[in-house]
Design a protein around this ligand. Structure first.
Ligand code: MTE
Length: 324
């Protein structure tokens, strides 16, 4: 993004937990009654402190007991391995906490993700706030896991099982008016809990993003509450984030608190900062280079194995008609 932080892409071997090790450790913890149990371990549990396994095993996540949900086998990524949970939860972009990708998970411990409310505003018939727990109850029957590709504009890529529900279902609750052509989303902004908000005061906080109404209603667009069958860790955008897998990573706004229906195209965070580099649509496109680098290939985490980038990140059958 704007500031180039030169970090080694490869994590040291001793920090990497492969998925089978991860699940075995989870099984052991489960047999001890230690998974998803807020009361057993106080404070921030293992989400803080750099434990490579603990960064996903989020003991004090208030939404943990809701998981897992069934997987929808229609959404798979057969040509790529699943990214190790360690990598997906310890290599993050969440500028409210830090610009250093491998430090986000160490800095999220004070971030309070419950209680949480979502506000509907702008051109809709049901403006107001809804408690997240009530929303999750309402969405329970249609909450499912889907494996999606994820492609950052910086070229790193992952394959992740997200749990969530269609954004279209959330929009239906708000009941947008006929003139609502766009959906803007806004992130939580708590300088007391997010150390980089004040430190990077020149950035236009809070983080905000937007979609056209057609994009938002597309069946691929998902409001995500979980990852790898568990409640979403704070560093990945708990308790509720957007996933639009045919767009570059920065469109996938985290920790959403406000959804605004607008007639005109709303501003977005990165487009406001650097309009020449980050467009409103930001669809993954190997043939349109970023002004500072080619987008023809991407690098799978953690080994940074280069592979060709696919138009719309491989989701053309779902979304190409939106742009004809
Ligand atoms: N949302 C908020 N609120 N703040 C951010 O800094 N970063 C974006 C996006 N959503 C960001 C955000 C970027 S640049 C990327 S690549 C993805 O989140 C990263 O998601 P991940 O950390 O779960 O991989």
């Amino acid at each position: 993004m704007l500031v180039k932080i030169r970090k080694p892409w490869d994590l040291p071997d001793n920090q990497v937990t492969d998925e089978s090790t991860y699940w075995n450790r989870r099984k052991v913890l489960k047999s001890l009654g230690l998974t998803g149990t807020a009361s057993l371990i106080g404070g921030c549990g293992l989400s803080v402190g750099g434990d490579p396994f603990g960064s996903l095993e989020d003991f004090d996540n208030p939404y943990a007991s809701r998981f897992p949900y069934p997987r929808n086998e229609d959404f798979q990524v057969p040509e790529r391995p699943l990214t190790d949970p360690f990598d997906a939860t310890t290599y993050n972009n969440f500028y409210e906490f830090t610009r250093s990708k491998d430090s986000v998970h160490l800095l999220v411990g004070n971030f309070q993700i419950a209680p949480w409310q979502i506000e509907f505003a702008g051109l809709c018939n049901n403006p107001g706030v809804i408690n997240l727990e009530d929303l999750l109850d309402q969405m329970d029957d249609i909450t499912e896991e889907r494996i999606y590709r994820f492609r950052c504009v910086e070229r790193w890529a992952m394959t992740v099982p997200w749990t969530g529900f269609p954004l279209a279902a959330l929009i239906a609750l708000a009941d947008p008016m006929a003139g609502a052509n766009f959906v803007q989303m806004v992130s939580e902004n708590r300088p007391d809990e997010m150390p980089n908000v004040d430190a990077d005061a020149n950035l236009p906080w809070p983080y905000f993003e937007g979609l056209t109404m057609e994009e938002a209603m597309n069946p691929l667009s998902m409001m995500v509450t979980g990852i790898y069958g568990q409640a979403l860790p704070r560093q990945n955008g708990a308790p509720l984030r957007l996933i639009v897998p045919w767009k570059y990573g920065y469109k996938n706004i985290k920790s959403v608190i406000r959804i605004v229906f607008t007639e005109d195209q709303p501003p977005t965070f990165w487009n406001t900062i650097e309009p020449a580099e980050y467009s409103f649509l930001s669809n993954v496109d190997p043939d349109t280079p970023h002004p500072r680098w080619s987008q023809a290939e991407e690098w799978l985490l953690p080994g940074r194995e280069p592979i060709p980038t696919m138009k719309y990140n491989g989701y053309g059958e779902f979304v190409a008609d939106l742009y004809e």
